[in-house]
Design a protein around this ligand. Structure first.
Ligand code: GLV
Ligand code: GLV
Length: 328
């Protein structure tokens, strides 16, 4: 009998499979992320951890969890997990790839369309009772059909966005690790730039002041990847200066974004509360994959969706000290 700490309530019935397999589920049921101190205390007796992108899984946490045999992150991104620290301690890490590809690509396209046609601002005009009359010059947006879309990141989600762009008869430019359009050229040519890279040291502030300066003054930046891929301060300046035409963001740095944050006061910006995978069916499928990873880890089997450590991080122990006790 193993103990599984689950850091948030999940949609669907996946957690029932843990109980059916004879495991004890310790569930943080509150509608806020598990506070750090609580997380450190609750993992002490856990054999498996099913955690969220809002939980920081680092050497300190792993050392507080001597029995831990698997970390199942309820997300495709694993930037919240110190993969090298987990590997050093022999704890496999799993994620939830594939099942959220379409939902995330749909949301990227929804943001692109919403920004191109200023949907939030126009809807607010009606809601405010300020819609006087139809006007030939009112609420003018930008054409999506025929425009050029630059997709940064050629993985599953980027490819799914490219398929949607085909339906809108857009010209698609993509950066990939093996060829594609170089990022500077993509930024210079694109009417819309959509980000689909994981957050790693190499992609942190990939869209910085210099990258924003390369974009067209009318171009719209769409981010459904991770907030820190964009330099927030540089983005705010670019929006005020008119260096770019607008930004439509599902993810921000920081997250959550405080209501008084200067990004919200910048012109032509749409911010959503990190809802790329937020459909009932997708979040249910993510829970099934996370549970698959937990069950495999507890059985001592390879995780069906195991995250491999990037070569540059493998073998490096980022924390000073902390020796993992031998497995019992
Ligand atoms: C969500 O952002 C995810 O990585 O799954
Ligand atoms: C990740 O890129 C995914 O599509 O699941």
């Amino acid at each position: 009998m193993a103990r599984v700490f689950v850091t948030r309530t999940l949609p669907g019935t996946a957690l029932e499979r843990l109980a059916a397999a004879g495991h004890v589920v310790d569930l943080w049921e509150q509608e806020v992320p598990t506070p750090r101190a609580e997380l450190l205390a609750r993992v002490a007796g856990a054999d498996a951890l099913l955690c969220m992108l809002t939980d920081r899984i680092d050497g300190e946490l792993l050392d507080a969890a001597p029995r831990l045999r698997v970390v199942a992150n309820y997300a495709v991104g694993t930037d919240n997990v110190d993969l090298a620290a987990a590997r050093w301690r022999g704890v496999p890490v799993g994620n939830t790839p594939g099942v959220l590809t379409d939902a995330t690509a749909d949301l990227a396209f929804a943001l692109l369309l919403a920004a191109a046609r200023s949907l939030p601002a126009s809807a607010q005009v009606v809601r405010n009772g300020q819609w006087g009359a139809w006007s030939p010059t009112g609420h003018l947006g930008r054409d999506v059909a025929g425009a050029t879309l630059g997709i940064v990141g050629g993985g599953r989600i980027g490819q799914a966005v490219a398929r949607r762009a085909g339906g809108f008869e857009m010209t698609v430019l993509t950066t990939t690790s093996r060829g594609g359009t170089p990022l500077p050229e993509l930024l210079e040519r694109a009417d819309f730039v959509s980000l689909h890279v994981p957050l790693t040291p190499a992609t942190h502030h990939l869209i910085d002041r210099d990258a924003l300066a390369r974009m067209q003054p009318t171009a719209i930046l769409v981010n459904t990847a991770r907030g820190p891929v964009v330099d927030t301060a540089a983005l705010i300046d670019a929006l005020h200066a008119g260096t770019i035409g607008g930004a439509a963001l599902d993810v921000t740095d920081p997250e959550p974004l405080p209501a008084e944050h200067p990004l919200l006061a910048a012109p032509n910006v749409i911010v959503l509360p990190h809802v790329g995978s937020a459909t009932t069916a997708t979040r249910g499928r993510m829970a099934e994959l996370a549970v698959d990873n937990v069950l495999a880890g507890l059985a001592g089997e390879p995780l069906p969706h195991e995250v491999t450590v990037p070569a540059e991080a493998a073998g490096a122990e980022p924390d000073a000290g902390g020796t993992r006790p031998a497995d019992t």
